[in-house]
Design a protein around this ligand. Sequence first.
Ligand SMILES: Cc1ncc(COP(=O)(O)O)c(C=O)c1O
Length: 413
Amino acid sequence: MANPSTLNPANPSIPSAPVVPLKGESVDKRYLSERVVNLKPSGIRKFFDIVATMQDVISLGIGEPDFATPERIVQAGIRSLEAGETHYTSNMGRFALRQALSEHLYQRYQVSYNPATEIIITVGVSEALYLAMTALLNPGEEVIIPTPCFVAYQAEVILAGGVPVELPTRAIDGFQVDPVRLEKAVTSRTKAILLGFPNNPTGAVASREVLLEIAAIAERHDLIVVSDELYDQLVYDVPHICFASLPGMYARTILLGGFSKNYAMTGWRIGFAAAPEQILRGLLRVHQYTIMSAPTIAQDAALEAIRNGQEDVERMRLEYNRRRLLIVNGLNRLGLPTVEPHGAFYAFPSIAATGMDGETFAQKLLEEERVAVVPGNAFGAGGEGFVRCSYATAYEKIEEALNRMERFMQRYG
Ligand SMILES: Cc1ncc(COP(=O)(O)O)c(C=O)c1O
């Protein structure tokens, strides 16, 4: 049994690496590239490292489903292994999986991707993002990124030699992109817009009206839109709109999606990128020299997920929805105003009433009440003054976390 102080918060059965304090974390400036030296360490990791040293913490900090992968999907992985599927697949991934994905996307969104040439299976959306940015960007080209957003977006752009241009979204707009400000951010160096909806960390789902305006801007300025739709099936009361399904947008969209969140498969590491053939070939060039092919066993498990996993997705979605209502009502009641999130599994309350910044709030809440949340500025400029609370954790734990936060707000609210 591992020492509890070194338990991994994402998976308590695996001991964490020893905690390395991040303050003043230094890297070898003599040998490492400037690109890497200048990358900021992820603000999420910092909090996980602290949480891992403490006991009796309720973590609302985790960005992955608390559900285990559904049994039928696990069994498909086991069958694959037992059948000796231990070799590479084609660079693009198993054809059966690409075909099933193509049908799935057509059924859900009426977007049509040729499974032979327009879909590539990747190691999560993480790899798909890396491929898209590396394939698209020349040095100095800009990518407009609405923030707050997933922590890797800015880093992926920088690693590919590009320049991330943050476009903060605001709580008063329900964290929707403001098209007027978006268009003002376009310059002669802008190559792409990187969208992540349903959004991590705000839970915002982009409305059709806003997406249509973004589409018009992309058209006017001849931009590519990279659309990360990893949480597409986790929406509550509103539809998810696939960006590529909007009129004219198939031709200028790189659609990214995956299995991590919808099917509770984070550890299997399967995602995909879909785009018109001539663009996808660019991503494939990068993929074949860096990754070769996504894990074979995991691809077979993903095939089972897409063919037969819909009931499981719905079961988990309904449970997330129950927790969503609990946490959003609870936070609002405590004086932490929270825009209703309609997607993913995050609430993003404003902490303005406490007069603290996100880091101070998260640190004090953790030390004094043993509740872990992530400071909003970890997700980019738009996130200061907010914290991210994940509700991918058990209902009872959320209830207890709210009780603890109530005590905290009595002192600081
Ligand atoms: C919006 C978003 N995109 C991509 C990822 C990475 O996901 P994957 O496990 O598919 O690499 C995450 C993970 O938290 C995410 O929240």
